[in-house]
Every structure is written in structure tokens, then in C-alpha cells.
Design a protein around this ligand. Structure first.
Ligand code: DGL
Length: 270
């Protein structure tokens, strides 16, 4: 186990989605340095088989371990639902592993007893029933209604938000009767905080929108503190590795971190 507190936190996703989590992690813990991996070559994960997502996740995890990460945060619901156990087993005692589903399920189970809660996510996340399964164990009084919304990731990756097209797609999904009368909606994909404003507008404040980025970052901070893994040193340097370079990733990274972000191509699939 890498017990060096100043070691980086490794964070990965298929694309820009995990940046929503990475950004909150840095906001809360500015001294922590991170190595972000965007597996753009395989975007979107959500339409792939569980076996494929597991293979990608292990390979990316290897890269993050080579960087000496003290913790690996799977900042992707699709990979968290398909590969968390496998990654944890693979990593063993070399580092801690954190997913983005458990902190949200924990939050929902404590705050929405006897209520109806909605979940939107990729096909992989919804079809895996990972949220239902965990929530039933913690609080069976909650009725979870899930809807796969596969058009949202490509829409966001292509920069379509806060415009007419995104408005129509979001409305078409949220009008689905599965989501009628919910008290809260889980954004079960780390890309979705980027359209949180539009989702809020649709519900006009009637539904709590649960943004996993904030919930996960807070839980992670607590976890690192409990494990004595918070760094005491001054922040070193963040690195952004990608399996393919796209203009949209570069632009989004700049927007999130308010500065030029240097992307390093890491050709693990060549
Ligand atoms: N951001 C990822 C998630 O949380 C999925 C995006 C994708 O389908 O690649 O599920």
C-alpha cells in the first residue's frame, strides 16, 4: 500500500465526466495532487459490455498504479457498476479504491426513506441494477425508478448544453412516466452535473437533483482523513493523461480548472 500521504489521487473516467468529480475533489482538498485519466479512445463506456468496461478499467488502473497513486477513484458510474469489485481485487493492498455509487446510495438511504427516487444513467449503469441492489440493502423503503438516458453523454461530450437541442433531449427523457412523482433524481453519470441547471429548470425546483460529484468529493475527504491519507504537504502538480486527444476534452478541462491544462497522450491501446 502506498502510505505516502503526498502521493497523488488517481481519478478516471471515459471522458470529461470524471472532471466534474475531480474539480470538486480539488475544490475541497486543494493540497492533494491528482493524476486524471480520460479513456477517450473508448468513450462512451456506457454502451459497452461489462466485460469490455472491466478490461478498460484494469488497464487504466495499471497506469494509475504506475504513477504511485495512493487511491484510485473510479469517477464513472458505468465503470463503478461493472468493474469496482474487480479493480479492488486487482489493486489489492497497493492502493485504496473508491467508487462513485456507494457514497450516493448512502446519502439517498439516509435522506429519502419511504419516498420515490429517480435515477438517470447510461445503459450499463441502469441495466446493472447496481443502485437498486445497494439501496435495497441499506433502505428497502425507498422506491427507485431508473431510466437509461444514452443520448446525454455524446450530447455533452460534443458540447451541446444549454441550447435548444439539449433542452429537447433532456425534456423528452425526463417526461418519461417512470420518473413521475419522484422526490429526488440521482444524476447517475458523472457527465450529468454539466446539465444540472437544465434539469433543475425542467423540474422548477420540485425535485432534489442529486449531483454525485459533490457527494462523492465530501465522502472521499472524510475517508482520506479517517485513513490518515490526507496530504500535509503543499500541492505538487496535477497531470491529465488521455488515451486519445480531442479538442473538446482540452476545452472542458480548461473550463473546469480555470487554466491551461496540458494533456499527455498515454497510448495504452496502441
Ligand atoms: N461518465 C460516465 C459515467 O458516469 C459514463 C460516460 C460514458 O458512457 O462513457 O457513467
Amino acid at each position: 500500500m502506498n502510505t505516502d500521504n503526498s502521493a497523488p489521487i488517481g481519478i478516471f473516467d471515459s471522458g470529461i465526466g470524471g472532471l466534474t468529480v475531480a474539480h470538486k475533489v480539488k475544490d475541497l482538498m486543494p493540497n492533494e495532487s491528482m493524476v486524471y485519466f480520460g479513456d477517450i479512445a473508448h468513450l462512451p463506456y456506457g454502451d459497452k459490455s461489462a466485460a469490455a468496461i472491466q478490461a478498460y478499467s484494469i488497464k487504466v488502473t495499471d497506469v494509475l498504479l504506475q504513477q504511485g497513486c495512493k487511491l484510485i477513484l473510479i469517477a464513472c458510474n458505468s465503470a463503478s457498476s461493472a468493474a469496482f469489485e474487480l479493480v479492488r481485487e486487482y489493486v489489492g493492498s497497493k492502493a485504496k479504491v473508491f467508487n462513485v455509487i456507494d457514497p450516493v446510495v448512502d446519502h439517498v438511504s439516509k435522506n429519502y426513506s419511504n419516498q420515490k427516487v429517480g435515477l438517470i444513467g447510461t445503459k450499463q449503469t441502469v441495466n446493472s441494477n447496481a443502485y437498486e441492489f445497494r439501496l435495497k440493502q441499506l433502505n428497502p423503503s425507498i422506491e427507485l425508478k431508473s431510466l437509461a438516458t444514452p443520448l446525454l453523454v455524446p450530447m455533452i461530450e460534443e458540447g451541446f448544453f444549454e441550447n435548444r437541442i439539449s433542452h429537447d433531449i433532456i425534456e423528452a427523457y425526463l417526461k418519461n412516466e417512470e420518473l413521475d412523482d419522484i422526490e429526488a433524481l440521482i444524476l447517475g453519470c458523472t457527465h450529468y452535473p454539466l446539465i444540472k441547471k437544465e434539469i433543475n429548470k425542467f423540474y422548477e425546483g420540485r425535485v432534489d437533483i442529486l449531483d454525485s460529484a459533490t457527494i462523492v468529493a465530501k465522502k472521499l475527504q472524510l475517508f482520506l482523513k479517517e485513513q490518515n491519507l490526507l496530504t500535509e504537504q503543499k500541492f505538487l502538480k496535477d497531470r491529465f493523461l488521455v488515451s486519445d486527444i480531442t479538442a473538446s476534452f482540452e476545452a472542458s478541462a480548461k473550463i473546469f480548472f480555470h487554466k491551461e491544462v496540458h494533456l499527455e497522450k498515454c497510448p495504452i491501446w496502441d
